[in-house]
Design a protein around this ligand. Sequence first.
Ligand SMILES: C[S@@+](CC[C@H](N)C(=O)[O-])C[C@H]1O[C@@H](n2cnc3c(N)ncnc32)[C@H](O)[C@@H]1O
Length: 253
Amino acid sequence: MSSADEIRDAQRARWAGLSASWEKWASIILDQLGPVGAAIIERLDLADDQRHLDIASGTGEPGLSIAKLVPNGSVMLTDLVPEMLEIASRRARAQGITNIETKVCSGDDLPFSDATFDSVSVRFGYMFFPDLAQATAEFARVLKPGGRLCAAVWVKPEENAWTTIAMQAIATETVVARLDPDGPNMFRCAAPGAVSALYEGAGLRDIAEWDIDLELVTRSPEQYWEMTSEHVSLVAARFSRSTSRRGSGSGNT
Ligand SMILES: C[S@@+](CC[C@H](N)C(=O)[O-])C[C@H]1O[C@@H](n2cnc3c(N)ncnc32)[C@H](O)[C@@H]1O
């Protein structure tokens, strides 16, 4: 079992390596994940002067969309990886968004005072924290009384063909290690009720879970393969391991 510091270091290196690909493929990724961002925004019930915290913001979503909806408020974008937040800042400037700040930090160790934010979002970041309960306790701590937390995680691999097709293709060419179900990976929180249990453990109330359908649209099978192998954490990790094992020397991360 890796220590929290080892997990953070590994995640920092992995996502720093993926950041250029997330920028390169931004328009396809944003289209694919857009319905999840929209569902988060709907549940947060935003007021225009809201003070919002976006955790694991990556290249900026859903934090940047929220910033546009709270013109008299502000959004704090946070991520473990500075390279990701640099992209988010560039995207904010390009869209004329000025009511944001960025802060490099880990989701399970937030540098903010108690009861600072009206709302917190975490889109596809939860699964990568070293300690999920500690991270949830941090979200609850920085929320004002009555504030809302909304997070998105992936359901099980069998229901995510867009990732598993690529993973299975790699597995036909090389031996791949089994996923550690308790380690950081995109399917770690897939079990129904897993996130609700964390929320309950942190003393949150009025908890609900629901499914959102997503569609990944690429121009061609070749583009699907290229973008998936370059930016999906699990696929990129397997691909780089398998290429180095075969000695081709050109991993994609
Ligand atoms: C799948 S991306 C999601 C990015 C963005 N929220 C989105 O939906 O487009 C996951 C993000 O989690 C970040 N991350 C990984 N471990 C983290 C941690 N311990 N604390 C904060 N962010 C972390 C990564 O750097 C990466 O930007």
